[in-house]
Design a binder for this molecule. Structure first.
Ligand code: NBG
Length: 808
């Protein structure tokens, strides 16, 4: 829909009157927000319909991206930008005395994920649409998103995140597209003379209702769908659930994201969720496919199904179930189609995340799926007999010692397995999944992660985006790689100054937010040093904290020390049952209290831990960051994506040679990044030979000793329990993540950071080099590679990209 300022204002007022019987001046922010959403939605609804129709008309191959997490964040600004409406709406709202920024704050983040995995899925959704590719999301519509984090006395408290209180304004419920998912009970296979019929007895029938959200492509008249499933009770089954409690048992299936799986009940609920959204998705895909009378033995030429991490691995078995039980295909043909249709991404080598389910549990949740997995496993072992030795088969089979290994199911049942950064894929091939790589070398490939430059630069950092436009024009807004043209401007002092100015303005804004949110006063002229990600031992927020304590103790010794003032900013949630991570949060908060209230250090150090880290908070922090901390133990972080977002916004990275940091270093060059710490080979060597002795570092390095003692000798107040826990984890449990081993090297590189910051012009030049290279991590390009090399899907024939360029 073509929009002008006048038309927008007219439409907005009309809808506000219709919806709420209000004038602009009487409307509350949430009413303004809901009105704006309805205008925006109507602006793309026709394109949404047409996009879908064109897929059908052109019989286009589509990909379905199955992910147990999606973290879209707020959609308002990003939709406006992608539709090309941003400026018109911004001005129209101003004309009515309103502010887009303020209205946008009324939108509750759609926080249906934990961290990198979910955010990547959402960046990919945006990129699929912006590339004009036929791609659909498939996930769960949790009633409660990731918990809301509060700090009380420095401790993390988890509150429910009721994101649906005001309804979700973007999604459309499509009750007519509901499907039934069967769970529990028993199954019998009966030979009816023609085929084996699966008879279910005592199974629960759950109605899966899809909620569709339009995913608007960037200025290309293309809108895809993210489909999230809700669990309800089918009318036919209502009598089975007479009480509210009974009903709740069913509806709770989609209540919370990652129910606490520290107990049996939590684990079984999680497994049910996995089957629920997998089955609902596969059923709706096959139902749609059949509508057009296409032969099922060609289905892999028309659809691709992507298994995002192991949670949707049951796709393999569910797809087989439909082809075998419903379509009566023979096993070999069904298997061939399944393997050709499925592809899988691994997102971590941490053993805890490679899911395994007890056979007994799967039998309870879906006995037919267990049967099919057992048969896949049996045939797998049979086929390898005589070709591979016994140990190999036992190591790689799907079911072993009463456990079902979901990663093995995903690899054996798909034609592609990829890692998410070069190093990660190399580790999969040579170490974690070595056997499978030996068996199926052609299935393995790397797809380094990417981010959507639209949200993370154009929306989050309009100041910098404009500065870039002035230097190199606007083509980068369509093709992020073009940011590399900035490299021709490294000597442009005016531009460097402008980049510095944009950063300073963003820091002032963040400083104001910090003051309002926490009461802490920080100077925008200090270095803003940022670590934002999930709290996990391997990500080593603790290393950052030890360094902060060192700097503080140095200042206590000599308050006049010449140090570059720094503000350390943290954002992180810890899993509710992850005790150690919560102890680290408590310690960071207590160190922050101690430092921020100590007048003797003349504001040279500040520590700010912002509550409730999520996509929207990240959009405030990242544009203001000078330094990004990417300090995981080498080999442990599969890729990282905040590293990409931060560099894109002109932050310099302090990094170990881990995940995508290595590729960042290769692009920007060693002079424009701060590398420290053990390498992959050194870490692997330590892990193999067990000759690391953390205590030696404590005994031999007086700085380490002094810093660690501060955790247990009362120097840092209020951490009697947590301080000891951390001290013990490093010295008695021998420091699993080599924090002490990397400490000296970390301190050294941080000194180099402080030194570099003194020369502002050179610092800004380094920022520019980082921005210029960040376009190589655009999700648009990453997704294009998935499309070509894995899914074999093509953009819509009448791509609008070129056209949109002209109107910009
Ligand atoms: C995470 C990795 C990150 C990676 C994201 C996206 C999981 C299971 N894995 O390093 O830890 O960037 O996935 O690939 O959340």
């Amino acid at each position: 829909m073509k929009i002008t300022q006048e038309r927008f204002v007219h439409e907005f007022k009309k809808r506000l009157a219709e919806k709420f019987a209000l004038d602009v001046k009487d409307a509350a922010p949430i009413e303004l927000y809901q009105t704006l959403v309805s205008v925006v939605k109507s602006g793309y609804s026709e394109i949404w319909r047409n996009t879908w129709k064109s897929y059908v008309k052109n019989d286009q191959k589509q990909v379905y991206y199955f992910s147990i997490e999606f973290l879209p964040g707020r959609l308002l600004k990003s939709n406006l930008l992608n539709m090309g409406w941003y400026d018109v709406v911004d001005k129209g709202l101003k004309q009515m005395g309103l502010s887009l920024d303020k209205i946008s704050e009324s939108e509750v983040d759609m926080a249906l994920g934990n961290g990198g995995l979910g955010r990547l899925a959402s960046c990919f959704m945006d990129a699929l649409a912006s590339d004009g590719l036929p791609g659909n999301g498939n996930g769960i519509r949790y009633k409660y998103g990731l918990f809301k984090q509060k700090f009380v006395d420095g401790y993390q408290i988890e509150l429910p995140n009721e994101w649906l209180t005001d309804g979700n304004n973007w999604a459309v419920a499509r009750k007519s597209k509901a499907v039934d998912v069967l769970m529990g009970g028993q199954v019998h296979l009966i030979d009816n003379g023609k085929y084996l019929e699966a008879i279910y007895e005592g199974a629960d029938v759950i109605k899966a209702v899809p909620y569709d959200t339009g995913i608007v492509g960037y200025r290309n008249d293309h809108v895809n769908t993210m489909r999230l499933w809700d669990a309800q009770i089918p009318a036919s089954e209502e009598v089975k659930y007479p009480t509210i409690e009974d009903r709740r048992r069913v509806e709770d299936l989609t209540s919370v994201l990652y129910p606490d799986d520290s107990n049996y009940e939590g684990r079984i609920l999680r497994l049910k969720q996995e089957y629920f959204f997998t089955s609902a998705g596969i059923q709706s895909i096959t139902r749609h496919y059949k509508k057009y009378d296409r032969p099922l033995n060609e289905i892999s030429e028309h659809i691709a199904i992507h298994i995002n991490d192991t949670h949707p691995a049951m796709c393999v078995a569910e797809f087989m179930r439909i082809l075998l039980d419903k379509e009566h295909m023979d096993w070999d043909e069904a298997w061939q189609q399944t393997v050709k249709t499925m592809s899988y991404t691994n997102h971590t080598i941490m053993a805890e995340a490679l899911e395994k389910w007890p056979v007994e549990m799967l039998a309870k949740v879906q006995p037919r799926i267990l049967q099919i997995i057992q048969e896949i496993d049996r045939r797998y072992a049979l086929e390898l007999e005589g070709k591979k030795d016994h140990d190999f088969i036992e190591r790689t089979r799907i079911i072993k010692d009463g456990m079902v290994k979901m990663a093995h199911l995903a690899i054996i049942g798909s034609h592609s397995t990829n890692g998410v950064a070069k190093l990660h894929t190399e580790l999969l091939e040579n170490d974690v999944l070595r056997d499978f790589y030996e068996l199926y070398p052609e299935r393995f490939n790397n797809k380094t992660n990417g981010i959507t430059v639209r949200r993370w630069l154009q929306v989050a950092n309009p100041e910098l985006a404009k500065t870039i436009d002035q230097a190199i024009g606007t083509a980068w807004r369509f093709d992020a790689k073009k940011l590399h043209e900035l490299k021709n401007h490294v000597g442009d002092k005016k531009l460097l100054e402008k980049i510095g100015k944009a950063k300073l303005d963003n820091k002032k804004k963040l400083a104001a937010f910090i003051k309002e949110d926490t009461g802490i006063e920080v100077s925008p002229h200090a270095i803003f040093d940022v670590q934002i990600k999930r709290l996990h031992a391997y990500k080593r927020q603790l290393l950052n904290l030890l360094h902060i304590v060192k700097l503080y103790l140095d200042l206590k010794d000599d308050p006049n020390r010449d140090v570059e003032p720094r503000v350390f900013i943290f954002g992180a949630k810890a899993a509710p049952s992850y005790h150690y991570a919560k102890a680290i949060i408590k310690c960071i908060n207590e160190v922050a209290n101690m430092i921020n209230n100590d007048k003797t250090i003349n504001d040279k150090l500040k520590v700010v831990f912002l509550e409730n880290y999520g996509v929207s908070l990240a959009e405030k922090i990242i544009p203001a960051a000078d330094v990004g901390e990417q300090i995981s133990t080498a080999t442990k972080e599969a890729s990282g994506t905040s590293n990409m977002k931060l560099m894109l916004n002109g932050a310099l990275t302090v990094a170990t040679l881990d995940g995508a940091n290595i590729e960042i270093k290769d692009y920007v060059g060693e002079d424009n990044i701060f590398i420290f710490g053990l390498t992959k080979d050194e870490v692997l060597e330590y892990e193999k030979n067990h000759h690391y002795r953390a205590a030696e570092y404590y005994d031999n390095d007086p700085v380490i000793k002094r810093v660690l003692d501060a955790f247990v000798d009362g120097t840092i107040p209020n951490i009697e329990v947590e301080g000891h826990e951390i001290y013990d984890s490093l010295l008695r449990v021998n420091d699993e993540y080599f924090v002490l081993r990397d400490f000296a090297s970390y301190v050294q590189v941080q000194e180099a950071v402080s030194e570099a910051y003194k020369d502002k012009q050179n610092w800004n030049k380094m920022c520019l080099v980082n921005i210029a290279n960040a376009g190589y991590f655009s999700a648009d390009d990453t997704v294009e590679k998935y499309a070509k090399e894995i899914w074999n899907i093509k953009p819509n024939a009448t791509e609008m990209k070129g056209k949109a360029k002209d109107v910009y």
